[in-house]
Every structure is written in structure tokens, then in C-alpha cells.
Design a protein around this ligand. Structure first.
Ligand code: ZN
Length: 681
């Protein structure tokens, strides 16, 4: 007889976000010590293992350490005080060391094997299988000397990954300008928030709210060229040696386990299974997008020559690389009637956020309400509780403003795992959308930020809706990692849907809503540059696979990245760029950056029922999607979830049609701006 479990809440237990560095370290150590004692007791228990006496306590103690790792990892990424970030990092590394040792625990492994899995439900059986596979892949079946070395390597890989990550967060670079006229072409709100400093000079940083608009709008080609150079040299040169060390550690780890490469090791438990299949998949996509990407480039050069007759070529500074490019924005404005700068005026942060919340209510029946009394890590953070009718779903946090030392990309961080009978799931979106110099109440987003917001929210919905299963190894965090970008890339589609954009795009200064005709033009222009974007994703994916492939005969990571770009991207990278030094995915995603491309193939097919219905706000399809894809977490292999939702296996065709679709020029060219006819957007 078990005691009735307490109601599930979004508690942080003894680890609030407000602990000092010392208190965090102490409480982290205490939690790990208690988990180690409990694990030893389970390993030594003489009675045959059962779900109630073995698997449940094991799952709960692993969850408590996983939560500690997530908590420490979040504070490492976001806390404004350096000592707390450092304590977060060491706490999360200590938790990861616990997991590395757990995976090599032969007594626990044997007990998991002795659990009678015959009469168990399939989700439980699958969770046990995955735990045992994870332990085998860590080396639990190897002899004692090999296990000792594998443990050292795992710990060193975690610490080296964190060192790489920390160097990126610390590396913030600037371009200095001698006067406001160098900001010609940039939006008014941007120019207002980038006034000259005490010495009359203007500083533009590599943070996204500075970087992206400058790359898209600045007429000054020299500014774009210099800023992109600074952006691609973040964490350079310090991370070159760190990356070389990380690659070598992972190669040794894979070799000891009998794999030809770390890529072979890392892909074995993914949907795609082998580096050979991943490489063939990337070649297939590369062949699809190569010609249209080259056509995009020719079109950009033609446009550039209107301004600069005889210009020899498009440069990376014209492309933006990781932002919408300058000439692409010109073409969108002039040929498609979609000016991203005018669009920005209609995209204040708060209404975009509120419309996204309202959309979740309509699609999935989720109510999202602010938490009033939460103690958070910075005054700019927002906390929200999510419910579905009477049922509590979980809690999330939004951290949207760049800060010194903060993680400077965009990601959804796990905060607490959700388990039936245990804690509710909690996640945090860590983004860098809002210019810290502007008032958050009126801060404007780039349209690409809105797409990123929806993307990360897709991850968040997956984490919250799946956090109600019985076992840690059935949660979303245990799903195949080449599936994880499918729910996020799918959710981006709502940010591109005219019916959805109409809800939030409104200029708060004038009250004017985004005109309908311009919504249609946006939809038409959306395909412009798509092939180039995916050619770049293929280049990065090929680089990530090659970097972790068999040792590269002395080729530096820099050379590998340049070679992949030269082969697949529309334009080679400049030798002066060292993006490999700030490419954060090389730690967590390692060899499987191809995930973005593979998941997009799945996401395009997941959209097909909505496309058949002719609308994205079809409640019945949305609910089926939430029920079959999001809520099950990893109770079954991802391919089975997709099959349950689609009623068939997923196919490549939808992606192929989409990635090659031409942009649609509007029926009539936009009329020049006048009070009666809004100008290009
Ligand atoms: Zn993502």
C-alpha cells in the first residue's frame, strides 16, 4: 500500500533561483550525496528487483539529479552574477559526473536486466530498454580498466563542452562607428537606442538585437563587413584549442567502445542510425537546393549591381550569413512589396507574446497565466503557469533580454522534469530579442525573431505536454535527438501563417493593423532565399558530421568547416571567419547537426493534414498532433509517433516540394506609399 501522493506542483524544492553561489554548491552536493547513498542501497539490495522496490526509487533518484544538472546548467547560462554562473556550471558538472558513474554501474545494470519485462506495459519496457542501452553505450559491459578510462573521458568531455560554451557566452565583440550617419538604412527605433557614447562614438555589438538588424539594413557595406567578421570571430582564438581537445576526447571515447568514429557512436541511437545514411541524406538535399541557391545568388548580384555598377560578386557581408541579408531585404521590399523594416514597426514584443499565448489556448486548450510571486534570477524574467481546464500542465520562464555573460543564442532549457505523481515540468526560453536600451513595453522584434520565438515555443510545448509520464526515460528529453527539431520547426509555420500574423502584427504607436494585402505578399515572398538557407544548413550539417568522422588527417576544424561550405553553401566562407569557435551546437549536437534538416523533412509532412484542411487553426488536427506527437514524449520510437499521427510512414515529398517552391510575386506591384495605400511592407 502506498501513501497517496501529494498534488503535483511547480516546485523548485530546496533549489530556488535566488541561492548564493555557496548555497547552490552546498545544496547540490547534498543532493548528489543523498542520490549516491540511495543508488548504493539499490545496488546492494538482496531481494529480486521489482518496479515498486527498484525501478521507481531508481527513477526518482535519477530525476532528482537530472533536475540538479538542469538547474545548474540554466544558472550557468543566464545568471547575472559571475560567481553564481560558475557555481551553476560546477553543480551541473557534478550532476553529470554522477550520471557518468551511474551508467557504468554493473550491479544496477544487472538488476535492470533481471526485472521481469514480460508482463509490463510497453512504455515501461521501452524505458528499461533505453536505460540499458544507454549504459551499454557508456561501456558498462567493458572490463574494469576500460570502464575507468571511459569514466574519465566522459567527465572530461562534459567539462570541455562547458568550457567551450562559457567562452562563447563571454565573447562579446563590438564595432565602433564615428557618427550616426553610419547607421543609414537602419530602423528609427534602432537608431534611437544606439546613440553616440561619451566620446561621440557608437558601439554596435555582436548580440543579436544589434547584429541582425545591422546585417539586414545598414547601407554601409563596411559596417556589415566588419560586424560579420567580429561575429564570426567570437570565442576565437581561445576556443580553437578547446574544440580540438573535445574532438580528440570524443574520438578516444568512441574508439575505446569499438566504433570507427564518434559520429558512428553518436548516430547509432538516432532515427538515421549511421553516418553513411546521414551523409547520403545530406547529398540528396544538397542536390535539390544547389541550383535554386545559385539562382538566388545571381539575383542578389544583379540587385547589388544596381547600386554598385560593376560589383564583382556578392560577399558574405551582403548575405548576412546568420541574419536576413541586405540585398535579400531589398529584393523583398522592391519586388515582393515586403519591407522587413516596415514590418518591424508592427512587431512589438508584448503583443506578439500575448498572441502566441492566445494561439496555444485555441489550438491546444492551454491557458497561460503570469505567476505573481515567483523569485527569479533577474527582474526582466517572466514566469507563467500553464493549465488545461482543471489540469495543471507546468510552468515556464521567459528570459528575452541580452546581458553580459548570458548565453547569446536562443534555446529552450529544461528546468525540471515532469513525472506522473512527481513535480510538474518546467522549462525556460532563453533568447536575445529585446534591445536592453529600449523599453520592453514597446521594444520591436525583427520578423525573424518572431519566427525564432515560435520555434523555441514549439520545444517548450513539447517539454510541458510530455512531462506527465511515468518514467524519466519516457520523457521528451530521452527522444531521438534527430527528431527534436520537428515540433519546433513545425511551430514556426504559425509565425508564417497570415491568419496568425494578423492577430499580433499591430503598430502600437498608430494602432494600425498589418494590412491584409501585405500579409499575402509576405506569404508569397517567404520562399525567396529558402533554397539558400537550406543549402547553408546542409553545409553546417556536413561539417558537423565530418568533424566527428574518422580522424581528419591533420585537417583543422576550420578547414573542415570551410570545405563543407565550399561544397554545399551558395558562397564559400571567408578564411578570416572562425565560426567553428562559436558554433555552440558542436558540444550538445556533436555530429548530428543534420537534425535540423532531417526534422524539417518530418515537420513538413506533419503539416500535411493541416494543408489538406486548408487551415493551420484546425482544432481537431492540432489536438491530434498534441496527443500523438507531443504528449507521448519518448514512450515509443519517434517514427511510431509520426505514424500514429499521419496514419502512414512519413515521406520526403512534402519537404522536396516546399524547399523547391518558387517565391510568388504579388499579382500587382505595390503602389507607392500614400495615406490611402500603405507602402511596401
Ligand atoms: Zn530548436
Amino acid at each position: 500500500v502506498t501513501a497517496p501522493s501529494p498534488p503535483r506542483t511547480s516546485t523548485l524544492d530546496e533549489l530556488p533561483f535566488t541561492l548564493t553561489a555557496e548555497a547552490l554548491a552546498e545544496r547540490g552536493q547534498a543532493r548528489i550525496a543523498s542520490a549516491e547513498r540511495a543508488l548504493a542501497a539499490l545496488a546492494d539490495a538482496p531481494a529480486p528487483p521489482t518496479l515498486a522496490t527498484f525501478l521507481e526509487p531508481l527513477d526518482r533518484l535519477l530525476t532528482s539529479v537530472r533536475d540538479l544538472s538542469a538547474h545548474g546548467g540554466l544558472l550557468f547560462a543566464v545568471h547575472p552574477e559571475e560567481p553564481v554562473r560558475a557555481s551553476g556550471r560546477s553543480t551541473s558538472e557534478a550532476a553529470d559526473r554522477f550520471f557518468n558513474a551511474f551508467r557504468l554501474n554493473g550491479a544496477i545494470y544487472a538488476k535492470l536486466g533481471a526485472l521481469r519485462t514480460g508482463p509490463l506495459d510497453p512504455a515501461t519496457r521501452f524505458a528499461i530498454e533505453k536505460m540499458r542501452r544507454e549504459m551499454r553505450r557508456a561501456g558498462v559491459e567493458h572490463d574494469a580498466p576500460a570502464r575507468a578510462r571511459l569514466l574519465e573521458l566522459s567527465n572530461a568531455i562534459d567539462a570541455t563542452s562547458n568550457e567551450f560554451t562559457e567562452n562563447i557566452a563571454r565573447s562579446r565583440r563590438f564595432v565602433e562607428l564615428d557618427g550616426p550617419d553610419r547607421l543609414a538604412g537602419l530602423p528609427d527605433d534602432y537608431r534611437r537606442s544606439h546613440g553616440p557614447g561619451p566620446e561621440g562614438r557608437i558601439r554596435i555589438s555582436t548580440d543579436y538585437p544589434d547584429f541582425r538588424p545591422a546585417m539586414t539594413y545598414a547601407d554601409d557595406a563596411e559596417l556589415r563587413r566588419r560586424l560579420l567578421l567580429e561575429f564570426t570571430r567570437r570565442a576565437y582564438p581561445e576556443n580553437e584549442a578547446v574544440l580540438a581537445r573535445l574532438l580528440a576526447l570524443r574520438q578516444e571515447f568512441a574508439t575505446l567502445l569499438g566504433y570507427p568514429s564518434y559520429a558512428a557512436y553518436a548516430l547509432e541511437d538516432k532515427m538515421i542510425e549511421t553516418p553513411e545514411r546521414a551523409a547520403a541524406f545530406l547529398e540528396r538535399v544538397s542536390a535539390l537546393v544547389h541550383a535554386p541557391a545559385q539562382a538566388d545568388l545571381a539575383r542578389l548580384l544583379e540587385r547589388k549591381r544596381k547600386d554598385l555598377p560593376g560589383a564583382p560578386a556578392i560577399e558574405n557581408g551582403d548575405l548576412g550569413l546568420f541574419a536576413e541579408g541586405y540585398y535579400a531585404a531589398k529584393i523583398k521590399s522592391e519586388e515582393f512589396g515586403v519591407d522587413p523594416k516596415r514590418l518591424r514597426a508592427y512587431l512589438p514584443y508584448a503583443p506578439v507574446r500575448d498572441a502566441l499565448f492566445a494561439l496555444c489556448q485555441e489550438l491546444f486548450g492551454l491557458a497561460i497565466r503570469p505567476v505573481q510571486d515567483a523569485a527569479l534570477w533577474h527582474p526582466s524574467i517572466e514566469a507563467y503557469d500553464v493549465t488545461a481546464g482543471e489540469r495543471a500542465i507546468g510552468r515556464f520562464y521567459l528570459d528575452m533580454v541580452p546581458r553580459e555573460g548570458k548565453y547569446n543564442h536562443a534555446a529552450c532549457f529544461g528546468v525540471r522534469e515532469g513525472l506522473l505523481g512527481g513535480n510538474l515540468p518546467q522549462s525556460a526560453l532563453v533568447c536575445n530579442f529585446i534591445d536592453p536600451a529600449s523599453d520592453p513595453a514597446t521594444a520591436r522584434l525583427e520578423y525573424t525573431d518572431v519566427v525564432t520565438f515560435f520555434h523555441e515555443f514549439g520545444h517548450l510545448l513539447h517539454a510541458l505536454l510530455s512531462g506527465h509520464g511515468r518514467w524519466l526515460y519516457n520523457s521528451q528529453s530521452s527522444i531521438e535527438w534527430d527528431f527534436v527539431e520537428a515540433p519546433s520547426q513545425l511551430f514556426e509555420e504559425w509565425a508564417r501563417d497570415p491568419a496568425t500574423v494578423r492577430r499580433f502584427a499591430r503598430d502600437p504607436d498608430t494602432g494600425e493593423a498589418l494590412p491584409e494585402t501585405l500579409l499575402e505578399r509576405m506569404r508569397g515572398a517567404e520562399a525567396f532565399g529558402r533554397a539558400s538557407r537550406w543549402a547553408r544548413q546542409v553545409a553546417l550539417a556536413a561539417a558537423s558530421l565530418d568533424l566527428y568522422g574518422p580522424p581528419t588527417n591533420g585537417h583543422s576544424p576550420h578547414a573542415v568547416l570551410l570545405a563543407a561550405y565550399a561544397r554545399h553553401a551558395p558562397l564559400p566562407l571567408d578564411d578570416a571567419y572562425h565560426f567553428e569557435a562559436s558554433w555552440g551546437h558542436l558540444t550538445g549536437y556533436s555530429a548530428f547537426y543534420y537534425t535540423y534538416v532531417w526534422s524539417m523533412v518530418i515537420a513538413r509532412d506533419l503539416l500535411s493534414p493541416f494543408e489538406t484542411a486548408g487551415r493551420l487553426d484546425d482544432r481537431a488536427i492540432a489536438e491530434r498532433y498534441a496527443r500523438e506527437i507531443l504528449a507521448p514524449g519518448s514512450e515509443r520510437p519517434a517514427a511510431e509517433l509520426v505514424k500514429a499521427y499521419l496514419g502512414r510512414e512519413f515521406q520526403f515529398d512534402a519537404f522536396e516540394r516546399w524547399v523547391r517552391a518558387p517565391a510568388l510575386v504579388p499579382r500587382a506591384r505595390p503602389a507607392p506609399a500614400s495615406p490611402a495605400t500603405p507602402g511596401p511592407l
